[in-house]
Design a protein around this ligand. Structure first.
Ligand SMILES: [Fe+2]
Length: 290
């Protein structure tokens, strides 16, 4: 049993000091001034917590795990909340080990949305900015960090070597399933990303919660904002369909607001809340299923 015992320890270890540690790593890694060939150098200097986090993520995100989480959460049977209520709920998640920032989760969401609003983008994009990380309430449901955040990637087909820390996939049980290790794996060429199962996390969860309410462009931003191997690295094009090709520029347009709005001015929640309550009402009923 020593192998199983080791696996259990790996499974339960919490790697990141805070969820923001992953956001900070991604912000640095995907800096537009950084060349792709320098990613490896950047990764090698990552704090051990970040490396441990990706090791857990890459080891445990199997196809079976992803399908099980979809069964568990896609039916949205857990609770009912309004959007602002969900923001306040997410706000109870306190990153008290991050000394660099005392911004609350709501303030982070508002910074992204306000930056998009300042640049004159459509109202649904402002709303997508406000909401895009709301799926992180998975943490409050008790899900481990490696099943909430992290760059996402398809399961059930070969992993791209452009995924961050690809060497950690050697420990993933799917590495021993030959069917999952071909270029297309269980998918058909050009089947479209909607048919492709990505590693489980806050992006996919929030997509299922919001899919009946938002325009397709906003849903792509929500569902694929952490899918860096696709929208940044140009991988998995053989699985795309025409709709994915049409939506990709919107996901790319959204990405800088996700990465770089943190340092912007601190929004005063009470000042902007009326605007956002009206915007939420434009697209959502008072409460939705989560
Ligand atoms: Fe996110």
């Amino acid at each position: 049993m020593p192998f199983l015992a080791g696996y259990a320890i790996l499974y339960h270890m919490e790697a990141l000091n805070s969820l923001e540690q992953w956001d900070d790593f991604v912000e640095g890694r995907y800096d537009p001034n950084r060349k792709t060939e320098d990613f490896r150098k950047y990764d090698d200097s990552a704090p051990s917590g970040v490396r441990d986090f990706y090791q857990l993520n890459h080891t445990n995100q199997t196809r079976d795990f992803v399908l099980e989480k979809k069964r568990q959460y896609a039916s949205r049977g857990r609770t009912e909340m309004g959007i602002w209520e969900a923001l306040e709920y997410l706000n109870t998640l306190v990153d008290d080990s991050d000394p660099d920032t005392d911004l609350s989760q709501i303030e982070h969401c508002l910074q992204t949305a306000e930056a998009i609003r300042r640049d004159g983008h459509p109202r649904w994009m402002v709303l997508a900015g406000l909401m895009h990380d709301l799926g992180k309430v998975l943490c409050l449901y008790g899900e481990p960090q490696w099943a909430v955040v992290g760059d996402t990637f398809p399961v059930g087909c070969a992993w791209s070597n452009k995924i961050v820390f690809p060497e950690f996939f050697a420990q993933n049980p799917d590495a021993k399933v030959p069917e999952y290790q071909t270029r297309n794996g269980v998918y058909e060429e050009g089947c479209g990303l909607d048919k492709v199962d990505l590693s489980w996390g806050h992006d996919e969860y929030l997509y299922h919660v919001t899919k009946d309410y938002l325009p397709m462009e906003a849903l792509y931003m929500i569902r694929y904002h952490s899918f860096y191997p696709w929208h940044r690295e140009g991988q998995y094009q053989h699985l795309m369909n025409d709709q994915d090709r049409a939506m990709l520029p919107w996901v790319q347009k959204f990405n800088p607001y996700d990465l770089y709005s943190k340092s912007a001015a601190r929004p005063k929640v009470s000042d902007v809340k009326p605007f956002y309550e009206e915007l939420i009402q434009e697209y959502f009923p008072a409460r939705i299923a989560w």
